[in-house]
Design a protein around this ligand. Structure first.
Ligand SMILES: NC(=O)c1ccc[n+]([C@@H]2O[C@H](COP(=O)([O-])OP(=O)(O)OC[C@H]3O[C@@H](n4cnc5c(N)ncnc54)[C@H](O)[C@@H]3O)[C@@H](O)[C@H]2O)c1
Length: 341
């Protein structure tokens, strides 16, 4: 039985709680921590873990194999480092951290610790995305020319740390926009060569942008585009991806994948009972800890996303395209898919 602790008992911890409910008998939540005593006690009571208001005390005293970090963005890096130093495996909500330098520190700390670490890129566990990745790997649509990822909805209000650029590390693009960024990297056919980004604030009161728009070019000449917004939904719906290759296009959302192959009629596949991606990612991490397998995403993948987003923010601030130097873009199409069903 693996023993888990959740650090940060706010909104998203309750989505993670669904994962621990589903894994009862295999993973036991022995502790939870939040500076808000009421929040820690409520989640602790629901999952059966002891409630702490000081996560450092929890790391010292609680019987825990891995921590699941659900804290405001600025706290991710220090808490990842402290958890690893305390001998715990760790998974962390997005973004992994706020700067490339911090990402490098995390990559190095994970390597030195010998512990497992997974950035929690939950949307990669959507069945449509996994199937698209597999089909692209099999060469179904041929060489990739263009990738589009998107996550747009009308956010009816944010408060607290999310309104503050320092605590957030930016605006919407490093929050919800983080999902289409890691999706872009997951499908990327080659390392990133160049990034151009624009931000706008249309509706939400916050320091940073509430909408981000990105154009990318990869080193093999293929291109990508990211759109992410809290100001407006788009007709094609919340989150969506499309990958266009020389022989056709794959277009999907969580549980629906459409193949538009040139010269053939469209084919659709649906997963009406698709597993919740938070359940799937926690199950995957538990399996990695049990088997010693590397997680689908590692600290290096987290670094790639942080590098991409910081380049986007640099582009937004300067109004210019940002070029990646030689080996900096580590993205490749070689990441594995989750174990096949
Ligand atoms: N994967 C997704 O779809 C998704 C969705 C929403 C949020 N998130 C991510 O989850 C993380 C948390 O977001 P949220 O919406 O739950 O935020 P939240 O504000 O609801 O919760 C954060 C919690 O952390 C606690 N906290 C703050 N400082 C602390 C400290 N020093 N020690 C212990 N606890 C502390 C707060 O009291 C609060 O309960 C963020 O990284 C966010 O980007 C991911």
């Amino acid at each position: 039985m693996l023993k888990a602790a959740i650090i940060g008992c706010g909104g998203i911890s309750w989505a993670h709680a669904r994962g621990y409910e589903a894994l009862k008998g295999r993973v036991e939540v022995t502790a939870v921590a939040d500076v808000r005593k009421d929040a820690a006690e409520k989640l602790g009571a629901s999952l059966g873990g002891e409630a702490y208001t000081d996560y450092e005390k929890m790391l010292r005293d609680a019987d825990v194999d891995f921590v699941d970090i659900c804290l405001p963005h600025k706290l991710h890096k220090p808490v990842i480092l402290k958890a690893l130093a305390a001998g715990k495996h760790a998974m962390c909500e997005k973004p992994m951290c706020l700067t490339v330098k911090d990402a490098d520190e995390i990559v190095e700390a994970v390597r030195k610790s010998g512990k497992k670490f997974m950035p929690a890129h939950n949307q990669l566990f959507a069945p449509a995305l996994q199937e698209a990745k597999r089909l692209i790997g099999e060469g179904l649509i041929g060489k990739i020319h263009f990738i589009r990822t998107q996550d747009c909805f009308r956010n009816n209000g944010i408060s607290g740390w999310r309104t503050n650029r320092d605590e957030m590390g930016g605006g919407e693009l490093i929050d919800t926009g983080y999902h289409p960024n890691y999706m872009m990297n997951y499908f990327a056919p080659a390392p990133v060569a160049q990034v151009f980004a624009m931000g706008g604030r249309y509706r939400v009161t916050m320091d940073g942008e509430d909408t981000g728009f990105v154009a990318l070019k990869f080193q093999d000449g293929s291109m990508g585009n990211i759109l992410s917004s809290w100001a407006f939904p788009v007709p094609s719906g919340g989150y969506i991806f499309s990958v266009t290759g020389e022989r056709g296009e794959l277009l999907g959302t969580h549980n629906l994948l459409v193949l538009k192959a040139l010269g053939m009629s469209d084919a659709r596949r649906e997963w009406p009972n698709a597993k919740d991606t938070f359940i799937a990612e926690i199950e995957h991490f538990a399996e990695c800890l049990d088997t010693g397998r590397e997680p689908l995403q590692t600290a290096s993948d987290g670094r790639d996303v942080v590098r991409l987003i910081t380049a986007e923010y640099e582009s937004m601030a300067t109004g210019r395209a940002v070029s990646y130097g030689g080996s900096a873009g580590r993205q490749s199409a070689s990441h594995e898919v989750v174990a096949r069903a």
